[in-house]
Structures are given as C-alpha cells and as structure tokens.
Write a protein that binds this ligand. Structure first.
Ligand code: PLP
Length: 272
C-alpha cells in the first residue's frame, strides 16, 4: 500500500480542504508523483484491493474497511464519506465528540483509542452513531460503558464492544493479557446487559522485517484468543470478529483472518 499512501497525499483537487501541514505535504509529494490521487481515490483503491483479496481467499464477505481519521480535519472525512465510506475510527474521545455532530448521521463510528472509564458516558451520550468500542481491556471500562448505554437514548439496544488484547507483550500497548481474555469476556457477558461482545482487537508490534507469506505472531495470537473467548461464551469462533491490520500490514491481517482493518495514513496521509 505504500504507493497509495504516497499518492493519496498528492491530490491537488482537494488541496483547498486540507490543513496547513497536509497542504505542505501534498505540495511536496505532488512534485514526486506523476499520478496524484486524493482521499476518495485512496478509499476506492483500498476497497478494490480488499474485495480482490476477499475473492482470492474465497471469503463469504469482504472485511470491513475502517477509515482511521484521528487528527484529520472534517473536510477530509467528508471526502471519504462522499467516496462511500461509512465506517470511521477515532482514537480520542473528545475529538470524536466534537466531530460526530458536524458530520452525516449515518456514519458508523468506531472508538479505537485508550478509554478512561470517566469518558464512557460523554462518549456514549455525545455520539449517537457510536457502533463499537474496540478497546475494552478491563471490566471497569466495560461497566462504565454498560451504565452509559443504560442511561442513554439508545438503551433499547446494545453497544458493540471488542476486547483489546495485548498480543505483543509491549509495556506501551494497552490490552488485556492473552490468557485473561477468556475470563474478561465471561465477566462482561455476565454483567453488562447493554453490551454485545462483537470480537477481539489487537494493535500488535510493527514487524517490517516479516517475510512475505509468513504469519504475524500477533495476529496468530489474537486468533487463538478468539477461540478461547468463543469457548467461554459458548458461540462459534467465526461469529466473533477480528479487528487487526493497519496501513502497513492490513493485507497480511486479512490473509490471517481479519474481518475489520483499521487504515489511517494510507487513506488520509501521514499524521503530523
Ligand atoms: C492510528 C491507528 C490506526 C491507523 O494507523 P495507520 O498506520 O495510520 O493506518 C489503527 N489502529 C489504531 C488503534 C490506531 O491508533
């Protein structure tokens, strides 16, 4: 995807809509790229590649493309929306609470950042289009989300969540321990009537040196965790989603069973 990442920065037609630093980047890249494309084209190219891969792998349905728009200005999100994108991921609660009311109501927002339990209520109440919180890694956060849904206008239906697992063991990464996913899932299922466990999510360590065709150990670990969680919940593993893969490794992630890829810089350009 490096080609798309580079060229998506260079769309001259969208230059009026981008922030100052992006504009500088776009200008810089325009001189390097003979075929500049904008956010809409990057969305189209990424989706086409996902569908091609899904066909190659014989998947019943193409994995979801989540456009990760953290720190990006509204006009760029609208460009993606106009290209048909509806699933967006954001990392910061306040940024999402600010952005959501200014954008179309049929956007499905996915929260993919570290969540403090005291932010659960403003997030759930402030973002009616919130579809999934992918970063639940402890019961305290699940309980806070559950209470927030119960006290909101959406209390008649459940909020989707994913269990974030720290598959790489890096201290800097959030997520529960792989061995704790099963117990966490069981506790949430037993106590949080307003939440639905939709699947599992990992970020994983960057592995630029991984040979093509070899499995990423973080993705393999998340797949094993899914089997544990499915067993604990008494559901088929395939009924639980796997959110794994970002700009640099989403193709590999899909080959390893990802059902939802989170792509930021390859669509919107590098973040400042
Ligand atoms: C920022 C972010 C992404 C997107 O990363 P890119 O490398 O820009 O595609 C995906 N997932 C999470 C959790 C993120 O924080």
């Amino acid at each position: 995807m490096a080609g798309v990442a580079l060229t998506s920065l260079a769309g001259s037609g969208a230059a009026a809509c981008v922030s100052g630093s992006d504009r500088v980047l776009r200008r810089a890249f325009t001189t390097m790229s003979s075929a500049p494309i904008g956010v809409g084209d990057a969305i189209g190219a990424t989706r086409a590649r996902i569908e091609q891969l899904a066909g190659e792998l014989g998947l019943a349905r193409a994995p979801r493309l989540v456009a990760v728009s953290k720190t990006k200005p509204l006009p760029l999100l609208l460009e993606a929306y106009e290209a048909g994108q509806r699933d967006f991921g954001e990392n910061y609660a306040q940024e999402l609470i600010d952005k959501a009311p200014q954008l179309p109501a049929d956007i499905r927002w996915r929260f993919i950042g570290a969540l403090q339990s005291n932010k659960a209520r403003p997030l759930v109440h402030g973002v009616p289009g919130l579809t999934c919180v992918e970063t639940v890694d402890r019961l305290k956060v699940a309980n806070a989300l559950d209470a927030a849904v119960a006290s909101s206008a959406r209390c008649a239906s459940t909020l989707g969540i994913m269990l974030q697992v720290n598959t790489s063991g890096e201290q800097s990464k959030s997520g529960c321990e792989p061995t704790d996913a099963r117990a966490l899932a069981a506790e949430i299922a037993a106590r949080c009537a307003h939440l639905t466990i939709a699947g599992l999510m990992t970020i994983g360590a960057p592995r630029p040196a991984l040979e093509p065709g070899t499995d990423d150990p973080d993705f393999a670990c998340l797949t094993r965790c899914r089997a544990d969680v499915a067993d604990a919940l008494g559901v088929p593993a395939e009924s639980l989603e796997l959110s794994m893969g970002m700009s640099g490794d989403w193709e590999r992630a899909i080959r390893q069973g990802s059902t939802s890829v989170r792509v930021g810089s390859a669509i919107f350009g590098a973040r400042a």
